[in-house]
Design a protein around this ligand. Structure first.
Ligand SMILES: [Zn+2]
Length: 152
């Protein structure tokens, strides 16, 4: 197949793909699917296009990178060009909070799974992670958070 993309187009496309189908998100998707949960991805009619929407459980799941979304007490903040990155990260946090508020107001339940639950020294085993997500889905809490063990 002829490759008609310029290197610049290609890297833009790759960046988009990586953004949408990150490895941690794939782990959640595959694991939940294997356990019989059915969901839709990035529903455009919901605030913030949540990563997963499980209508049957009136629930959405957001998988968040700790750096970009400024996970408190975990997300490493950048050391160089600090002001620039912090502004971006704070913007993401504000947007997340707004979307979450809207989803809750619309009657959706919101589970946030942080990347550190899946990647890095404090991560959970895949089974534990999926057990927790499944338990939350089958429970009645409006909000839930799954994260890795923070560094001591
Ligand atoms: Zn984290």
């Amino acid at each position: 197949m002829a490759d008609t993309l310029t290197p610049r187009d290609r890297s833009a496309r790759m960046a988009r793909v990586r953004h949408k189908d990150t490895k941690p998100e794939m782990l959640i998707r595959r694991g939940l699917h294997a356990r019989g949960f059915r969901f839709r991805l990035h529903r455009k009619d919901l605030p913030g296009k949540p990563d997963l929407t499980l209508a049957r459980y009136q629930a959405v799941i957001e998988v968040r990178g700790c750096f970009w979304h400024g996970h408190e007490g975990c997300g490493r903040r950048p050391k160089s060009r600090e002001a620039f990155w912090n502004e971006k990260i704070d913007g993401n946090r504000a947007r997340n909070a707004r979307n979450e508020e809207q989803l809750l107001a619309m009657g959706w339940r919101v589970l946030v799974i942080w990347e550190c639950a899946m990647v890095g020294p404090g991560r959970l085993s895949a089974d534990e992670l999926l057990d927790r997500a499944a338990a939350w889905l089958e429970g009645h809490a409006n909000q839930g958070v799954i994260a890795g063990t923070p560094p001591a």
